[in-house]
Design a protein. Structure first.
Length: 365
């Protein structure tokens, strides 16, 4: 260990530059992974985090909740299907609203607070249960603040703050169904009725959600049933965006750890003459290997710490309009992968040292 630390103190510039290069590569992986994950979550959060096992759309919706139109009477028909414990209507539309950051688009959801279909992820306050109350996933919103629907100028009092409930990369507001229907009636006074977009289903204990979804579609005419995971996967554009970002992040990750591994491989190979001389003085292969492990570990730890601070600062200062946070599991997994691959690359050259005969090395010296 003393050999490793002594060399690092004597070659501060070299190890500093190496740590900087590793930090930038780790930063790139973490930043892209975090940003892509947050972007995808902002498209699917409202569906993914619903308190339901199955969603029912109209059969003409083309797998899209926004294209679905259901008569409110469908809720009772779905609730009567075997395997359904409870069912609740959900309605949604995109409207303009006065938000804390200014005028912008808002995904408005109406739901029955006593039935399935409520959003999960209440991080502060509570869900709405009275007229013109709302729970929101809106940047800058606070308990007691007001979101004003436009052009009707209907004020909604914020009683709950949600996390992971955005939809199609837009902020969301959840109100009870009567408030939703009143808001749409005010905007469209001639509308004969306000349709539902989906029915949220809670299945009975032990029931298979996929089987219940199929049973609903077969029993209730004009409907199509989906498990929550299927409904998320069928949100328009999500699959292609996920695949694109997955390839981008995956390639970045592979290239980064390969490059980092080569950094340490080259660094170790460059020290072969030093290792040979140390073998000549009686240093064991194990001792030299431990020095490589200490140096690699020190560089990876310092570089990763710098990278995490850079990512945190970049996310803090970025105005993405979507909730972005650094996932500890992603950080730990990335750092461990970099460390393991770096160790493997650095220790490859140690195999050559084992073949060096100390007596021969001493004679060569």
């Amino acid at each position: 260990m003393s050999i490793a630390l002594l060399e690092m103190r004597r070659a501060k510039l070299r190890f500093g530059l190496l740590s900087g290069a590793v930090a930038l590569l780790v930063f790139l992986v973490l930043f892209l992974s975090t940003l892509s994950g947050a972007l995808i979550e902002s498209f699917i959060g409202a569906i993914k985090n619903l308190n339901a096992d199955v969603l029912v759309y109209s059969s003409s919706a083309r797998d899209n909740i926004q294209g679905s139109r259901l008569d409110p009477s469908v809720v009772a028909k779905v609730a009567a299907v075997p395997g359904v414990a409870a069912a609740g209507g959900i309605a949604t539309t995109t409207t303009s609203a006065q938000l804390p950051s200014g005028k912008g688009d808002l995904a408005l959801f109406g739901f029955d607070p006593t039935k399935p279909g409520a959003p999960d992820g209440v991080k502060e306050g509570r869900l709405p249960n009275a007229a013109n109350e709302t729970a929101v996933d809106v940047a800058g919103a606070t308990i007691g603040s007001t979101i004003t629907l436009l052009p009707t100028n209907i004020p909604l009092e914020v009683v709950g703050i949600l996390s992971g409930a955005q939809f199609s990369a837009a902020p969301t507001a959840y109100v009870d169904l009567p408030s939703y229907q009143a808001a749409l009636k005010a905007a469209n006074p001639n509308a004969p009725f306000i349709p539902l977009n989906a029915v949220a289903v809670e299945t009975t204990p032990g029931s298979d959600p996929a089987a219940v979804a199929s049973q609903v579609a077969n029993t209730v005419p004009g409907t199509a049933g989906y498990t929550i995971s299927d409904a998320v996967a069928k949100i328009p554009g999500v699959s292609s965006v996920s695949q694109t970002f997955g390839i981008l992040v995956g390639m970045t990750f592979v290239i980064s750890i390969v490059v980092i591994g080569f950094f340490f491989l080259i660094l170790t190979v460059q020290k072969m003459r030093v290792f040979t001389l140390l073998r000549a003085t009686g240093a064991s292969t194990g001792r030299l290997a431990r020095s490589v492990v200490v140096q690699i570990t020190a560089v990876v730890v310092v570089a990763s710490a710098v990278a995490i601070l850079l990512v945190w600062g970049a996310l803090k200062g970025a105005s993405t309009g979507i909730p972005v946070s650094l996932d500890p599991t992603l950080v730990i997994g990335t750092v461990l992968a970099v460390w393991v691959f770096s160790l493997a690359a650095g220790l490859l050259s140690i195999r050559r040292i084992r073949s060096i005969d100390p007596a021969t090395a001493a004679g060569a010296r």
